[in-house]
Design a protein around this ligand. Structure first.
Ligand code: AMP
Length: 218
């Protein structure tokens, strides 16, 4: 079963690349942030619990997120395999995932690297579709019609946790969590580093090349 993890700090382009890869490889896109936002929109118990953590830019408790992800993995859509986006965020979550799918269950882990100042610039202009979660950027990837999603015509908005005062906190939390996670997957020999500071297509090609699914451009 083809399961891949995309790792990287907030704003690195995980969501964009995960969507492209899932379409290209025919795998489900399992994005924990998107799932949690959907729970919030639907007003579920989990959504209510998640709201405070997400607004503060903090991680939800591991057991809550692990339960949600394991539930998703049972679904038909995940049968062919999946791209994990935003999960695991802690070593505890990585251990739980390995327990659930076995040590070979995760094939490779792609770490998208982008300098921090580029991330801050990207996030301050980020807009997301309320309905289908497609990401845009005010300057570098604007929608064809202002405020409307090109894909589903849904309304575009700035996520509450993309506001400048929250972005700094999210980056700090994520950096602290990321290093042990990178070490965990490096020890398993699964970690692949990819330059995320390129155009969308070039990053996708770099990912496919790292996975051995495309010859690198010479
Ligand atoms: P994201 O859309 O991946 O940036 O996630 C948005 C927010 O959802 C994060 O800042 C966390 O509050 C929460 N979240 C998403 N994924 C996880 C996870 N794997 N563990 C804990 N919290 C998460």
């Amino acid at each position: 079963m083809a399961r891949f993890v995309l790792l990287g700090l907030v704003g690195v382009g995980k969501g964009t690349q995960a969507k492209r890869l899932s379409a290209r490889l025919g795998l489900a896109h399992l994005a924990t942030g998107d799932l949690l936002r959907r729970h919030q929109e639907e007003g579920t118990e989990l959504g209510l619990l998640a709201k405070g953590y997400m607004e503060r830019g903090e991680l939800l408790p591991d057991d809550v997120v692990i339960r949600m992800v394991l539930g998703e993995l049972e679904k038909e859509a995940c049968r062919p395999g999946c791209i994990f986006d935003g999960f695991p965020r802690t070593v505890e979550q990585a251990l739980a995932l390995d327990r659930a799918v076995g040590p070979e269950g995760v094939r490779k882990v792609l770490y998208l690297q982008v300098p921090e100042e580029v991330l801050l610039r990207r996030l301050s202009g980020r807009l997301v579709c309320r309905r289908c979660q497609t990401p845009y950027h005010r300057e570098s990837a604007p929608p064809r019609v202002e405020g409307k999603c090109d894909v589903c015509r849904g309304e575009l908005y700035q996520r509450a946790d993309d506001r400048p005062e929250v972005v700094g906190r999210r980056l700090q939390v994520q950096q602290e969590e990321l290093v042990p996670l990178l070490n965990y997957y490096a020890r398993q020999g699964k970690l692949l580093r990819v330059n995320g500071d390129l155009g969308m297509e070039a990053v996708e090609e770099a990912i496919l090349a790292a996975l051995g699914l495309l010859a690198p451009r010479g």
